[in-house]
Structure formats: structure tokens, C-alpha cells
Design a protein around this ligand. Structure first.
Ligand code: ADP
Ligand code: MG
Length: 263
């Protein structure tokens, strides 16, 4: 199936962050993030509001420029070219090419309201990849089928529930056949009864072998689907490890304090 990361598994990490720092003016938001996500790994990131989780995800696909450190996706330095020991910024076109391989799903679905589910899903493959309309429609229908919305291809966003809209957003990201999927609190804006259907789709995606970096407050998902759990606080990775172990036996006071509030 398209987009299910069924190709050869890269030898190196899918994501590698080395000393990543990001400031907004005087505010130091990321203070040296080091982490690695292996191909096919599901890494869940938790942490208090304002700790820099969204900023980190946005750095991974270069929606934010980092101030120090290095970020690689599938071995490719993000946003820069290294030449003679110096970093040179990539052109917009080159950044777009890197971003094309990285799917992102936000808390808010950001679907085009005047387009059907199918039109939303095929927009980027047509505009960005230059896919022909009929080929794109087949691809789009397959992706909507994959998120359980095969019967809603012609529905408009306002005819869909929040959970269905978020599943369209996931299908839209998958239609670009990304090698990495970033999720930023994908279920936080949903009514509680709609959370499960989105998590189920994400679980299926994980089982298909997709590499995923997921900021979430869903501890059940982190425990059952996550290979690694990362606790961020105040711009640093405080603790990382196997989810079950970390949730049962956090090593740091800050992790303990946070978990005692959310578990
Ligand atoms: P989290 O996702 O963990 O809640 P964020 O990454 O959204 O945290 O934000 C971390 C900090 O960075 C917050 O203090 C936030 O106000 C600040 N911040 C995020 N984006 C910007 C921006 N574009 N300009 C200024 N400050 C920002
Ligand atoms: Mg956030």
C-alpha cells in the first residue's frame, strides 16, 4: 500500500537531534535537545505546557529555524547544507523538498472548508508532486479508506465530526507518502468520545511500520503504542526510555511530579 513505509528500512536513525537550541528573542525555548528516532519507531513526547514540545516538532520540519545544533531526517541535514565546516541555509525550494517527506498533523485539522474530504487529500499530491488528477483520486480514495473514511470521500469538513476531520487530516498527510509523521496533540481538540477513533488510526499506522514522533497527553496510547517515551520540561529532555518502565518508575523528580498530575 502507498505510504505505509513498506520500502527498505534505512540503516541510520530516521530523526537525529544534536544539541538543538531555539530561542524566540530573549526566551530560550529549546536548550539543547539530543534524541534519536529509529526507523519504524514510535516516540511519544510528553511534558508540561510551554516546555517546547511543539517548537521541537516544528524545528524537525523546519517550520522554525534552530539557533544551534543540528537536525537530520533520514540522514539529511534539515534546512542547511554543510560545506567546508560551515552551514549554509538551503533555498526555499530545497526546504520544501525536505518538508515534502515529513507529514504533520496538528491539534487543529486545518482542512480546506470549501473542499470535500477527497479534494483535501489530493490537493498536495497534485499541486506539489504534480500527480495527475485521476491518479491522485485513486491515491486519495485509498488513503481515506485506510483511515476508515472510504464512505465519506465526498463529504465536506462541516459534514464530518471532529474525529472524522482529524482522520482526513491524517489521510492528507499520508497521501504525500512521508517517511516520517509528526503529530502535535492530535486528539487534544476532540470531544472525549471521538479520541479513540483517531488513536486507532494512529495505532494502525504504527503497526504498518511508519516512523512517528507524537506529542500527546494520551498516556494509554504512549504506553501501548509508543516504543519510547520522552519527558520534556523547560526546553530539555529530562528523561527518556521504555514507556512502561518510565510510567511505572520515573527516575527524575520532575517526571514524577508531572506524571502524578496526569496519570
Ligand atoms: P508546548 O508545545 O510544550 O506547550 P511550545 O513549544 O508551544 O510548548 O512553546 C514553548 C514556549 O515558546 C512557550 O513559552 C511559548 O510561548 C513560546 N513560543 C512558541 N512559539 C513562539 C513564537 N513563535 N514566538 C514567541 N514565543 C513562542
Ligand atoms: Mg504544544
Amino acid at each position: 500500500m502507498t505510504g505505509d513505509a513498506g520500502g527498505p528500512v534505512p540503516a541510520g536513525p530516521m530523526v537525529k537531534a544534536e544539541g538543538v537550541c531555539k530561542s524566540f528573542g530573549q526566551l530560550d525555548v529549546l536548550k539543547g535537545i539530543d534524541l534519536e528516532v529509529a526507523p519504524r519507531e514510535v516516540m511519544c513526547v510528553i511534558g508540561p505546557s510551554g516546555s517546547g514540545k511543539s517548537t521541537f516538532l516544528r524545528c524537525v520540519n523546519h517550520l522554525e529555524k534552530i539557533n544551534a545544533g543540528r537536525l537530520w531526517v533520514d540522514g539529511e541535514l534539515i534546512g542547511y547544507r554543510e560545506k567546508g565546516g560551515k552551514l549554509h541555509e538551503l533555498r526555499d525550494r530545497e526546504v520544501s523538498a525536505q518538508r515534502r517527506d515529513i507529514g504533520m498533523v496538528f491539534q487543529r485539522f486545518n482542512l480546506f472548508p470549501h473542499m470535500t474530504a477527497l479534494e483535501n487529500v489530493i490537493e498536495a499530491p497534485i499541486q506539489v508532486k504534480g500527480l495527475r488528477r485521476d491518479a491522485a483520486r485513486d491515491l486519495g480514495a485509498a488513503q481515506l479508506e485506510r483511515v476508515g473514511l472510504g464512505d465519506r470521500v465526498h463529504s465536506y469538513p462541516n459534514q464530518l465530526s471532529g474525529g472524522q476531520q482529524q482522520r482526513v487530516a491524517i489521510a492528507r498527510a499520508l497521501a504525500m507518502e512521508p517517511k516520517l509523521m509528526l503529530f502535535d496533540e492530535p486528539t487534544s481538540a476532540l470531544d472525549p468520545e471521538l479520541v479513540g477513533e483517531v488513536l486507532d488510526v494512529m495505532r494502525g499506522l504504527a503497526e504498518s511500520g511508519m516512523t512517528m514522533l507524537v506529542v500527546t497527553h494520551e498516556m494509554g496510547f504512549a504506553r501501548e503504542v509508543g516504543d519510547t517515551l520522552v519527558f520534556m520540561d523547560d526546553g530539555v529532555v529530562v528523561e527518556a526510555g521504555a514507556p512502561r518502565r518510565m510510567l511505572a518508575d520515573p527516575q527524575h523528580e520532575r517526571t514524577k511530579a508531572f506524571l502524578s498530575k496526569v496519570l
